[in-house]
Design a protein around this ligand. Structure first.
Ligand code: ADP
Length: 159
């Protein structure tokens, strides 16, 4: 039974995140999609509970994928749930430097937990949650980028 965690902010979840989950579940037995709650971080558009709801709704077609949240160190959460690795998505070279630093730091903290990078379909490589928030705020159509439940939630936030 090989389990991995997929940590992120998911504010909100997009088709790019879902593409990564799909690739991860093809490789591993169980994927724990987990919201990194950082009490010191700038406020998010959606609360942790709203993000959990939207993730659960968006990922309900998948077996062996579950959603939760954690505070504290990612590697500690990975250990707590018995994961062998951490999934991260790589969109473009611009993601690389930050992800590389974090992966090496996590390896230093927990040498037994691997970081696995997955690349989404090309059509999602320019997609990130902050762009989606901006588009929704400007009342632009986001249906190509996020599932219907997220579209609805965005429409309510920005009505
Ligand atoms: P963002 O706000 O950039 O979407 P998150 O913290 O929610 O970031 O992302 C969690 C993980 O998912 C990160 O590894 C990030 O690189 C990855 N990710 C985010 N969007 C995409 C996408 N469109 N395609 C692939 N991976 C993605």
């Amino acid at each position: 039974m090989r389990k991995v965690i997929y940590p992120g902010t998911f504010d909100p979840v997009t088709y790019g995140h879902i593409d990564i989950v799909r690739r991860a579940i093809d490789l591993f037995d169980e994927v724990n999609v987990t919201i990194a709650v950082n009490p010191n971080k700038a406020v998010t558009l959606f609360t942790a509970d709203e993000r959990i709801f939207l993730l659960k709704e968006s990922l309900k077609e998948f077996d062996n994928v579950y959603v939760d949240y954690f505070t504290g160190l990612t590697v500690d959460h990975a250990r707590e749930v018995g994961a062998v690795g951490i999934i991260r998505g790589l969109r473009a070279v611009s993601d690389f430097e930050f992800e590389f630093q974090m992966a090496l730091m996590n390896r230093k903290l927990a040498g037994d937990i691997a970081t696995i990078f997955l690349m989404p379909h090309e059509k999602y490589t320019y997609l990130n949650s902050s762009l989606i928030r901006n588009l929704a705020n400007l009342k632009s159509d986001v249906s190509d980028f996020v599932p219907p439940c997220v579209q609805e939630a965005l429409a309510k936030k920005f009505k």
